[in-house]
Design a protein around this ligand. Structure first.
Ligand SMILES: [Zn+2]
Length: 441
């Protein structure tokens, strides 16, 4: 399939330079799953397209990358609202999570993918259970994702890791390399040193990333100091975990020494500002991390603590929070923010040619409507993009050269069927939980 996007304003994306570039009267040419041209229409080479998409009035930009989520948790949306973290997990989330079956995981995953596509997210990095079912959903719905089977292990049985390895061996690089796998030990507090050493060795052998929660709350930090005598980054470094490419979610409670450890190892920080605020975990020192040269990308975290998969909220909050905390309005630039929502996440998942719209890059892109009240006037398009745009302004979402969402319609997902399943499925889980004797929420 050869596709041409015409009449667009183009941003190739940003790698963290001082400004975002916009090219008016631009064109993008896509052959199969690759971009073969992205630039001014006046300089575009001849190109015979099977389909031409008129993007008049739209900004064509890289698709968003959600670097930390737990997609099937869509069915736990608003469960245990406003409880403190401990009660939220033990009284709301864990009892509901015991009620999953394969059909529910599948439809909850598809619901999450539908929500992400509708808001312009083209790929995501996930940690959850039942990853084989999730991979089947991705195979069919066309999204790009890295999945990691969550490893919770106190007895050193390594049962979760064995399952995670089996899934990685089966699915890593499947479906034209849209599906990748990581190893995903939940956190320092949910594992042992023996397990984490084994995860590091195995990740090296399999050549996969490690995806882990790090220093999400002060409770996590204090627990690690008590149990290990070290901060979580120092502990992970000592065990050799940071010798493997690591995606570390949250990193809220970081000292300057922790930031230096992460910089030295090139770890990627998956920043989840909405979730951190909702669960009252704190504000990660993102401006310090960026100034130190750390890699920062954005994530929503699971829907249960967000409560949606609309990454535009994180795009706005990331610089906003740093301005508020540092009292410096220039502390995080729009370009750094856009990079965190796109190319930094793509590279964190190991894709060298993803997250920018340039020749030779994978065709994961979106069209954002600029002809809406909240985007006019366009005196400063860069600022509009970060602070004024809404997820609902996304008109089209393309992954790997295929249009998966356009003007309210999904090409691989049954919208009405999935919405009904969401109503029924969440109710089924709630009924089962109550029948099992757990307290009513
Ligand atoms: Zn998480």
């Amino acid at each position: 399939m050869r596709t041409r996007m015409t009449n667009i304003i183009l941003t190739p994306g940003a790698t963290g330079e001082s400004h975002i570039t916009f090219i008016p009267n631009a064109e993008v040419q896509i052959d199969g799953n690759l971009i073969v041209y992205a630039g001014s229409a006046a300089h575009a080479p001849r190109f015979e397209a099977d389909e031409t998409i008129d993007g008049a009035g739209c900004l064509c930009m890289p698709g968003l990358v959600n670097l930390h989520t737990h997609t099937p948790m869509t069915y736990l949306r608003s469960a245990g609202a406003d409880l403190a973290l401990d009660d939220w997990l033990n009284k709301a989330i864990f009892p509901l999570e015991k009620q999953w079956d394969e059909d529910l995981i599948r439809s909850a995953t598809d619901l999450g993918c539908m929500e992400m596509l509708r808001f312009g997210t083209t790929s995501f990095n996930d940690m959850y259970f039942h990853t084989g079912i999730m991979a089947e959903a991705l195979r069919d719905n066309g999204m790009r994702a890295t999945l990691g089977h969550g490893i919770v292990d106190f007895d050193e049985s390594c049962a979760d890791m064995v399952e995670g390895v089996a899934m990685a061996e089966k699915w890593n690089h499947a479906c034209d390399d849209r599906i990748r796998f990581s190893l995903a030990p939940h956190s320092e507090g949910a594992t042992t040193p023996v397990l984490l050493r084994k995860v590091a060795q195995t990740a090296k052998q399999l050549n996969v990333r490690i995806h882990i929660h790090v220093s999400e709350t002060d409770f996590d930090l204090q627990g690690c100091l008590r149990r290990r005598g070290l901060t979580p980054p120092a502990y992970l470094e000592q065990l050799g975990v940071l010798d493997v490419p690591v995606i570390a979610a949250h990193c809220v409670w970081f000292s300057d020494a922790d930031i230096e450890i992460f910089r030295r190892h090139g770890c990627v920080i998956a920043h989840n500002p909405v979730s951190n605020l909702k669960l009252a975990s704190g504000v990660a020192p993102i401006s310090k991390m960026l100034a130190a040269g750390c890699h920062v990308a954005l994530g929503t975290d699971g829907v249960a603590s967000n409560n949606n998969l609309n990454l535009w909220e994180e795009l706005k909050l990331m610089p906003m929070l740093q301005k508020g905390v540092t009292l410096n309005p220039t502390v995080v630039s729009p370009a750094q923010t856009l990079a965190a929502a796109t190319v930094e996440g793509a590279r964190a998942m190991g894709y060298d040619h993803l997250g920018l719209l340039e020749k030779g890059y994978l065709a994961d892109l979106i069209l954002l409507d600029l002809n809406v009240p909240n985007m006019l006037p366009a005196i400063d398009l860069e600022s509009n993009l970060i602070y004024a745009a809404q997820g609902s302004d996304v008109r089209l979402t393309m992954v790997n050269g295929k249009v998966l969402y356009r003007d309210g319609k999904f090409t691989t997902l049954n919208r009405e069927g999935l919405l009904q399943k969401a109503r029924d499925g969440a109710e089924t889980m709630r009924r089962r939980m109550e029948a099992s004797g757990a307290a009513r929420l």
